[in-house]
Design a protein around this ligand. Structure first.
Ligand code: BGC
Length: 751
């Protein structure tokens, strides 16, 4: 079926159209045939539509933007929030333009829209993929209730450096775990059918390498080779592409000297050709024009030329495509076929979303009334409690015993209703979280006496997405009251960590300890009362070595979102037995960063006798808390792992079985982790890599058998001959409750 401009209008209202792939392709071609070059370029432009600026705005004034909208020369908008605003923009476009191609409305819905879930790093600590999918499904529903139909999430950048502020926004240091989260998130946002008006389009970002910024400094150069790129950075993106993610976003960084936004190899050769992915690539905010300061493009027009050739399909608020593309085609510098390819990709997503059937299908003024926000809160609490990681619990200080009747709650984050909301909070209101203090008060018996003192403040003045936080380094006026309260208490709960705006974009830090006067406060309290449970609220792994040596109980509570305080209380009081495991290594000192468990061995891994081996001379080797680590209020005992055979052939599989017993006094949930090492290969392989995990719930005294299947697919990696394949030889399987505490068993593989 070919469409004329007239039929396009009728067609836009026809809601019964099948969206089979073939049909979609035909429709895309028909629409493309009707478009002028100017209209095609228009589809490749994204405008920011509100004042929620996330970077330097383009020079184009709002008036001019409106004019272009009316002419149908805008493909999508970001940060246009509310049913009224999206409807206004869509009408402006649909009712005035010649071509009548519906707009998409994008927004950073990163860990919830109104109901805020744990920051992604925290949520990943649950290792619960149903939870990851469910929070995305809820975020999608709340987004469409306000006209947003496209999220710039999931962020699936592998990050190994706690200094990088955006580590909170991803799933940590492991490609396998991040890949699983990527798939869960895509499913949660997009559902089975992108045209369902309760789903939104997802974005796999940032393509690629952004999380490995040198020195953990945001936007910095990434210097990795093909081995790291293919084995570490790309797997989550491949998983998202295979899961049908509608869009990708490229990244600000250079990678091996080439800006990712201008990388043909990444965008065209790998993603679009080799992986045969059919969606469209949106640039990061202004990243096309940022190729100028990178020293890669002379001016915006040159930047547009590089980006379009490389496969960037839409220019986010950068103003390069707008001024460059038509001119470049007219001058013969850019083949119009490249423009056609980009536009087809954009139209394809719009067709799949059902926007041509009904441009207003995601704009439903009645939807919000039916969104079960209260139910969402209880899901948020459930996910938050599962995300908490118990790092230390000497003498079973936790859970809080019923006999404890005097508790001193101390610290700048104890009654902070804002920090748990975290950065990238979408429409999560400021100061809307249940604070830790509120949560505890809600949960304890009437006979329990709770005193509260802030001790010190963390930040001074206003908090904002765009401004750095002014840390209090001088005001100690609250310390003495806190010390008095601590003296009189049976148990002290210290709530320390990071402000919401200490992590996130542009929030790289050279220090990752307790900022400001928090450590001083902790030490003062420790002098008068040693019974301390330290609750950390933070977005990145922190350097907490002193606490780990001196404080008997430590609870990693991340920035848990709307229900933070209730979830923390559930864990502190033992209503929920903590089951989270770290998705990222915690260092002993910031100088160890980047720090990650899945590193390659050196030629000098260890020597008890000399100094000339790979280590730091001033600290103990290894992380303070390793990847995959987390305690429980119960004990899990692992049996001996058994494998079904020691020789594995191509096309065949073997199974590993291990029993896990709950030998403690309460029921609990354990994350059983499987790691693999390829002992001799054509390129050095990591000392271990996560290859599987299983969540097991165990009653007291209960034993369950956990089985993993190992096949050729699991052994594959990007080899020295640049192929994704398994190599013959010996492999070591490691299984256990964290990346360090494992039992090994070996097998051989041959093709
Ligand atoms: C961030 C992206 C985000 C975009 C739009 C950029 O600064 O890097 O992750 O999606 O802004 O807000």
């Amino acid at each position: 079926m070919s469409l004329s401009l007239g039929t396009l209008g009728i067609y836009a209202q026809n809601s019964g159209i099948q969206s089979s792939v073939k049909n979609v392709e035909k429709k895309v071609d028909s629409v493309l045939n009707l478009m002028t070059l100017e209209e095609k370029v228009g589809q490749m432009i994204q405008y920011n539509g509100s004042w929620d600026l996330t970077g330097p705005a383009s020079e184009t004034g709002n008036k001019q933007k409106e004019e272009r909208l009316k002419k149908g020369l805008v493909g999508s908008m970001l940060n246009v929030l509310s049913v009224e605003a999206t409807e206004k923009a869509q009408r402006m476009n649909m009712e005035n333009s010649r071509i009548k191609i519906p707009l998409m409305f994008g927004y950073d819905v990163i860990h919830g829209y109104k109901t805020i879930f744990p920051v992604p790093l925290g949520e990943t600590a649950s290792w619960d993929m149903e939870a990851a999918e469910e929070s995305a499904r809820i975020a999608a529903l709340e987004s469409v209730a306000e006209g947003v139909n496209w999220t710039f999430s999931p962020m699936i950048d592998i990050s190994r450096d706690a200094r990088w502020g955006r580590i909170m926004e991803g799933s940590g240091e492991d490609p396998y775990l991040t890949s699983k989260v990527a798939v869960a998130k895509v499913r949660g946002y997009q559902g089975d059918d992108l045209s369902n008006p309760k789903t939104i389009a997802a974005t796999a970002k940032h393509f690629a390498g952004y999380g490995l910024a040198e020195g953990g400094k945001d936007y910095n150069a990434v210097n990795i080779g093909k081995n790291e790129l293919h084995n570490v950075v790309l797997p989550p993106f491949k998983a998202a592409a295979d899961a049908g993610v509608a869009t990708f976003m490229n990244s600000f960084n250079t990678i091996d000297g080439i800006p990712a936004t201008g990388s043909k190899s990444l965008q065209r050769e790998i993603l679009k050709d080799r992986w045969d992915w059919q969606g469209f690539m949106v640039s990061d905010w202004g990243s096309i024009a940022e190729m100028i300061p990178h020293g890669f493009a002379r001016d915006k027009i040159h930047a547009a030329e590089i980006a379009v050739k490389a496969g960037s399909d839409m220019d986010m608020e950068g103003g390069a495509y707008e001024i460059g593309l038509e001119k470049l085609v007219a001058e013969g510098k850019v083949d119009e076929a490249l423009i056609d390819d980009a536009v087809k990709r954009i139209l394809r997503v719009k067709f799949k979303m059902g926007l041509f059937e009904d441009p207003y299908k995601y704009i439903d003024a009645n939807l919000m009334a039916s969104v079960p926000y209260e139910e969402h809160k209880s899901t948020a609490r459930d996910i938050a409690k599962k995300s908490i990681v118990l790092l230390k619990n000497e003498n079973n200080l936790l859970p809080i015993k019923n006999s404890v009747k005097n508790i001193a709650v101390i610290g700048p984050l104890a009654d902070d209703k804002d920090s748990p909301i975290g950065n990238w909070r979408a429409q999560g209101e400021a100061n809307s979280a249940v604070s830790m203090l509120e949560g505890l008060k809600n949960a304890v018996s009437k006979e329990t006496n709770i005193t509260y003192s802030q001790g010190v403040t963390l930040g001074k003045g206003e908090r904002s997405f765009l401004m750095p936080l002014d840390i209090n380094k001088t005001d100690r006026s609250g310390i003495s009251e806190a010390v008095e309260n601590a003296k009189n208490a049976e148990l002290v709960i210290m709530v320390l960590g990071e402000d919401a705006f200490q992590s996130g974009e542009g929030r790289s830090q050279a220090n990752i300890g307790l900022a400001g006067l928090q450590k001083e406060l902790l030490k003062e309290i420790h002098k008068v009362n040693k019974n301390i449970a330290l609750v950390l609220i933070n977005g990145r792994p922190m350097e907490i070595t002193w606490s780990s040596e001196n404080i008997p109980a430590i609870v990693e509570a991340w920035q848990l979102g709307t229900e933070s305080g209730n979830a923390i209380a559930d864990v502190l009081l033992g209503k929920y037995n903590p089951s989270g495991k770290l998705p990222v290594s915690f260092p002993r000192a910031v100088g160890q960063e980047p720090l990650y468990y899945n590193h390659k061995n050196t030629g000098r891994p260890y020597s008890a006798e000399h100094v000339t081996y790979s280590h730091y001379t001033d600290i103990k080797d290894g992380p303070l808390y390793p990847f995959g680590f987390g305690l429980s209020y119960t004990d899990f005992e692992y049996g001996k792992p058994k494998i079904s055979k020691t020789e594995l052939n191509a096309g065949d599989s073997l199974s590993l079985n291990i029993s896990v017993t709950n030998s403690g006094k309460v029921k609990g949930r354990e994350v059983v982790q499987l790691y693999l090492r390829d002992l001799i290969a054509t390129s050095a392989r990591p000392v271990k890599e996560l290859k599987g995990f299983k969540l097991v719930e165990l009653e007291t005294g209960e034993t369950k058998n956990v089985e993993f299947t190992i096949d050729e697919e699991m052994l594959k990696f990007y080899t020295a001959s640049e192929k994704w394949q398994a190599e013959n030889g010996e492999f070591e399987l490691m299984v256990g409750g964290n990346s360090e505490d494992v039992q090994s068993i070996k097998f051989n593989f041959s093709k």
